[in-house]
Design a protein around this ligand. Structure first.
Ligand code: C5P
Length: 413
């Protein structure tokens, strides 16, 4: 019997390929399958050899109402259904529980059994629910793998803090089945920005002094890239214009690489018209007025060269003050080191943008180049909404939820 639950309309009949790997948390898999089916999901399961030590293929198959797959080289399975089709026919792949071992394989593109082969062969979104000993979760190798997978577009749910089976305490428990299913719902559910176009700027700009030297700043591009990805996940058609960063292009986003502020402006203008523009780039306000055509040489006894600077175009201001093709929502960031709200409020007015996200980048905050951010959102003259400190990816998702709400209100949706 399928029990209707609020908020699951978008997932009825969606197909999930559930990959179970070998950890004690596999004992929660029967409940995950049962509750998933109650929500109307069609689940097909794959078990690694180690997983079969914790939960049997028969249990999984009986609950899922479908054969469970375990073997890469099973001739009968290959004859009935090539292993690639297993992932092609799914709307989403879920790895639960995900051991440190499968995370390492996924991060490195290994494919030596059915589960890892399917994960390498898929072009579908992947959700991972890690479960392992807290020391394994904290190990630098696992940290690297998680970072790599997140950059590849893999989504994570958990692990949660608490006692783990081996008697230790810390982050390592698999998220509860209901939490995993909520994450599934978020990935399969309706796309609030479907049909809308978005432009995001990210990263620093580099302004040449001569062919080998430049003026720049400490921006990593993490926040802007996370915003671009979150907008794409919400269904928007996203163009990301980025300065030089050490990040991979977000999946599902049209990424344009630029170096200078003037190139960034040109790429942004090409991307118009858009419904929403988020300017997260740390654009250099000034550039060397006359970059030298050849490397400037140090001559014995000569005075140090003096750089004359010219003002760069303000991209945010230009977008916000356009008469034609102004985006419906223009959003900027205000990185400040003191008097955060007052300066951000003044910036919002001066630039003419709709919203500004103020963030404290003072020494010791670790925001510039770091993973976390603390935001105050200013939507109008009076309003100042403080968000708790969170990961830049969470900031991005929260911002996108606010954007979706504002545009839906405007559209009367
Ligand atoms: O004036 P300030 O650089 O602090 O303003 C920050 C905001 O303005 C950010 O949203 C940034 O992306 C945008 N900006 C821009 N072009 C510039 C300078 C800043 O788009 N030349």
């Amino acid at each position: 019997m399928h029990v209707e639950r609020p908020g699951i309309a978008g997932q009825m009949g969606k197909r999930v390929l559930l990959i179970v790997t070998g950890g004690i948390a596999a004992c929660k898999v029967p409940e995950l399958i049962r509750r998933g089916r109650e929500r109307g999901l069609a689940l097909r399961c794959v078990l690694t050899r180690a997983a079969t030590q914790f939960v049997t293929p028969l249990t999984v198959a009986s609950l899922a109402g479908e054969k469970a797959y375990t073997d890469l080289f099973s001739l009968t399975d290959e004859a009935e259904m090539g292993h690639i089709r297993l992932s092609r026919e799914a709307d989403l792949l879920v790895v639960a529980p995900a051991t440190a071992d499968i995370l390492a394989k996924m991060a490195n593109g290994l494919a030596d059994d059915l589960a890892s082969t399917l994960l390498l062969a898929t072009d579908k979104p992947v959700l991972v629910a890690p479960a392992m000993n807290p020391r394994m979760w904290a190990h630098p190798a696992t940290r690297r793998n998680v970072e790599r997978l997140a950059a590849d577009g893999v989504r994570f749910v958990g692990p949660e803090e608490g006692d783990v089976a081996c008697g230790e305490t810390g982050p390592g428990r698999m998220a509860e089945p209901e939490t995993i299913l909520e994450a599934v719902a978020a990935m399969l559910g309706p796309k609030p920005l479907a049909g809308l176009r978005a432009l995001v700027t990210s990263g620093p700009t580099h302004e040449p002094i001569d062919p080998v030297r430049y003026v720049a700043n400490r921006s990593s591009g993490r926040q802007g890239h996370a915003v671009a990805r979150a907008l794409a996940e919400a269904g928007a058609d996203v163009t990301l214009v980025t300065g030089p960063v050490a990040l991979s292009d977000p999946p599902g986003v049209t990424t344009v690489h630029v170096v200078t502020a003037r190139e960034m402006l040109e790429a942004c203008e090409k991307a118009l018209p858009v419904d929403v523009a988020v300017c997260a780039a740390a654009v250099c306000d000034w550039r060397p007025a006359r970059p030298a055509p050849d490397k400037i040489k140090k001559a014995e006894g000569a005075a140090a060269p003096v750089l004359e600077l010219a003002e760069n175009p303000d991209i945010l201001c230009g977008l916000a003050r356009r008469e034609r093709a102004r985006p419906r929502l223009v959003i900027g960031f205000a990185a400040e080191t003191e008097a955060l709200v007052a300066h951000a409020r003044e910036k919002r007015r001066r630039k003419g943008c709709d919203w500004i996200l103020a963030n404290d980048v003072g020494a010791g905050t670790g925001v510039l180049g770091g993973d976390r951010n603390r935001i105050v959102l200013l939507r109008d003259e009076e309003d100042a909404e403080s968000w708790p400190e969170m990961d830049k990816r969470e900031v991005a998702r929260r911002l996108v939820a606010e954007i979706a709400r504002a545009l839906a209100r405007e559209d009367g949706r």
